[in-house]
Design a protein around this ligand. Sequence first.
Ligand SMILES: [Zn+2]
Length: 77
Amino acid sequence: MSINRGEPMPSYLITCPSCNTENRVAADKEGMSGRCGTCHAKLPALHIQPVPLTEHTFDNFVRNYDAPILAEFWAPW
Ligand SMILES: [Zn+2]
């Protein structure tokens, strides 16, 4: 097993809804809202990785999320 020392932290590009600048967001800041580096507008708090939701958290998450959502539903039976 090799460890990639010196590898940059994974990051995502989030396009500013105000000025269309692409802002690099570190993977550990995923889901947190930030500010555009160019115009300082608020960036949407986007998730790249799946977010587990339950019947108690689903409605609130969907209501407050600023981007399209891909949902996969499953039940244990
Ligand atoms: Zn901007």
